[in-house]
Design a protein around this ligand. Sequence first.
Ligand SMILES: [Zn+2]
Length: 368
Amino acid sequence: MSAEVLARLPGQELAMAFLRRAAERPHHAYLFAGPEGGGKTLAARAFAASLLCPAGGCGTCRACRLALADRHPNLFLVEPEGRDIHVETVKQEVWHPAYRTAPEPGRKVFVIREADRMNAAAADALLKVLEEPPADAVFLLLSARPHELPETIVSRCHVVTFAPLSEAFVVETLVAEGAEPERAAIAARLSGGNLGRARHLALDPDGLAFREVARRALERSAGGPAGALEAAEEVLRAAEAYRKDLTGSLKDELAPFLDERGRPEEAYRGAVRRLEERHKRRVRRAERDYVDRVLLAASALLRDRVVAAVGGGSELLLNPDVAPGPAPTVRTAAALAAIEEARAALAEDLNLNVRLVLERAFLRCGPS
Ligand SMILES: [Zn+2]
């Protein structure tokens, strides 16, 4: 057995050492606990690969490659839809498949991301499965807020703790991966220890595009009501372009399971359906995700103006590469509050009209 896939996850040596031992004789349920962006998802993929690979996680075979891309037919992935994970999702994606024969010979692995978002009924359904776990199934629960999980569930899991990553560690990692030191430093600062987000900011050519959209929106809003409405329009246009890009990516995801005529092979109908549904959810969420990232960037820019206005030095800025510019503190603080309220409102209520929320927020960013 060679658990190559578990060889290393920088910054999480203890957790990975634990998983390497666990992979040899896995328990039926694990809880990966630790802040967002600390490597829980990567570790879960690697652990799943080590459980699904005939060689124990070689890192190169078909099973490993599919598992590492979240696409192995025996890998069942549950994520929140909207704010919660609903009971129907747990029944369909965990309960039923857990007691059925796996699509391919071997184990079944169930990964539940943001597990603390299960509502009470969903947690109850999962608990029933954990109380009578099928012998060929392994459950991985991921959570940044493990204290919000019912004790009955936590007590049935082996807890694997993922430590928060330091800013220095994130910078070092990004530079080693080829990022320019200055950009790595900005990315690490903006992402607050979330390595995945920092990597995207530092290495993706479009990584800082959100901030550019946010900067332009604030600039327009400062011009008055007409500018604020234009700003909302521009953010929505950019979000729509992002959603369209995402829509096109499904074909690649499905390719390994389709025959030469582009139809799902019999054994993979379920896997293909799951990939399609997950993809649909991502597309539905795409506009919200995009808008949230722009608002987050706007909030960071406004916060810097407040910090600069009260005399804070550049070491305190979230965007050390952007001159905050002079701004009256009271108005900037009001704009910051407006942006944060908009983010909270959109996260809370999925039925809100995004355009109205944006317009209202940007109007409050203008001259009083
Ligand atoms: Zn393998």
